[in-house]
Design a binder for this molecule. Structure first.
Ligand code: PBG
Length: 328
C-alpha cells in the first residue's frame, strides 16, 4: 500500500508509458469504407462527412493504391445507385455487370492482395430505402434472404473476399453460407453485422448513398423492426451467437463508441474476431466539433480508436483510418 506502491512511477515519461501501454494501434487494425459512384473522374465530397468522398472507378484505382502503400489492406465497398436502377426487388444488386461487381473487379485488378469486403443489403437499391423487400407494410424476411444470398454469390463470383451483410434479417447468414457452399465458394468469408442497432448515427451515410427510408404512408419510416433496440444488451449476445452458428467468420458491433459495453460482453463469449463499425455520425460529430475549434481532432480521434480496440475489437471499420495512419 501507499507509499510502497505508487502508480505514478510507471507514468513518469513517454518512454515509460510506451513500455507499459496495453493497447497499440496499427494499420492492420483498419477496414476502410469506400463509396463508389458511376461515371468517370468523379470525386465528390459528402457534405455531412467533410474530408470523405464518393469515387468513380478510375479514382477508386488511385485510392486503393494509396491505401495499400499506407499499409491499409482491407476495404469495405458501398455503391450509390442511380434512382433509375432502384426497385423493390434488388434486381440491380445481382447484376453481374453492376457497379458493385465492377468495383470489386477494379480493386482486385489494381491491388490483387487487397482484401475486398462488400456490403450486402438492399437499401442502396431500394426505392423505399429499406434493407429488404417491402410488402404488406413490412420488410419481408425470407423473401429478402433469398435475394441477399444471390447478391452475396454475385459478389463472390466477382472476386470479393468477405461478404458483409448489414441488413439484420433473421437467418440470412445461413442462407448465404449454404448457397456459397453449394456453388463452390467455400473460401469466401462472411463478416456479419450481427449486433447492429437501430441508431440515429447513420444519417451522414444515408446522405452519402441517398439511401434513407422514404417518408410514405404504409411504409415503415425507420428500421426498428429489423435493427436492434439500443436499450438491449443480452439480445446482442443471442444475435451474435446465432450468426456464428449459421456460419459467420467475423461478427460486428455497430455503431462504435456508444456500444463498447456490447463489445466487451461479446469478447467474453465468442471465439471469432469481432469488428466494430465506427459509423458516419461518429465521424461527423468529431469533424464538426474540430471545425469549430472545440475539440482537438487528432487527439480525440486517437482516444476514440484506442477505446474501441481496448474494449475487445480486433478490427475497426472507420472513416478515420487514413487520418490515424498518417498520425502514427
Ligand atoms: C445499410 C447500412 C448502413 C450503414 C452501413 N450499412 C445504414 C443503415 O443501416 O441505415 C451505416 C454506416 C454508417 O453510418 O457509417 N445496410
Amino acid at each position: 500500500m501507499y507509499p510502497l506502491r505508487r502508480n505514478r512511477r510507471l507514468r513518469s515519461s513517454e518512454a515509460m508509458r510506451s513500455l507499459v501501454r496495453e493497447t497499440l494501434i496499427s494499420p492492420n487494425d483498419f477496414i476502410v469504407p469506400l463509396f463508389v459512384v458511376e461515371g468517370k473522374g468523379v470525386k465528390e465530397e459528402i457534405s455531412s462527412m467533410p474530408g470523405y468522398f464518393r469515387y468513380s472507378l478510375d479514382h477508386i484505382k488511385k485510392e486503393v493504391r494509396t491505401l495499400w502503400d499506407m499499409g491499409l489492406k482491407s476495404v469495405l465497398l458501398f455503391v450509390k445507385v442511380p434512382d433509375t436502377l432502384k426497385d423493390n426487388t434488388g434486381k440491380e444488386a445481382i447484376n453481374p455487370d453492376g457497379l458493385m461487381q465492377q468495383a470489386i473487379k477494379t480493386v482486385k485488378d489494381t491491388v490483387p492482395d487487397m482484401i475486398v469486403m462488400t456490403d450486402v443489403a438492399l437499401d442502396p437499391y431500394s426505392i423505399y430505402g429499406h434493407d429488404g423487400v417491402v410488402g404488406q407494410g413490412e420488410i419481408l424476411n425470407d423473401d429478402t434472404n433469398a435475394i441477399l444470398a444471390e447478391m452475396g454469390l454475385s459478389h463472390a463470383k466477382a472476386g470479393a473476399d468477405v461478404l458483409a451483410p448489414s441488413d439484420m434479417m433473421d437467418g440470412r447468414i445461413f442462407e448465404m453460407r449454404t448457397l456459397l457452399e453449394d456453388e463452390g465458394f467455400d473460401h469466401t468469408a462472411i463478416m456479419s453485422y450481427s449486433a447492429k442497432y437501430a441508431s440515429s448515427f447513420y444519417g451522414p451515410f444515408r446522405d452519402a448513398l441517398d439511401s434513407a427510408p422514404v417518408d410514405q404512408s404504409e411504409i415503415p419510416k425507420d428500421k426498428k423492426t429489423y435493427q436492434m433496440d439500443f436499450a438491449n444488451r443480452g439480445e446482442a449476445i443471442k444475435e451474435t451467437l446465432m450468426d456464428i452458428e449459421e456460419g459467420a467468420d467475423i461478427v460486428m458491433v455497430k455503431p462504435g463508441l456508444c456500444y463498447l459495453d456490447i463489445v466487451r460482453d461479446l469478447r467474453e463469449v465468442v471465439d471469432v474476431p469481432i469488428a466494430v463499425y465506427q459509423v458516419s455520425g461518429e465521424y461527423a460529430m468529431l469533424k464538426a466539433a474540430a471545425e469549430k475549434g472545440w475539440l482537438d481532432h487528432d487527439a480525440v480521434m486517437l482516444e476514440q480508436i484506442t477505446a474501441i480496440k481496448r474494449s475487445g475489437a480486433q478490427m475497426i471499420a472507420s472513416y478515420f483510418a487514413k487520418d490515424v495512419v498518417n498520425l502514427l
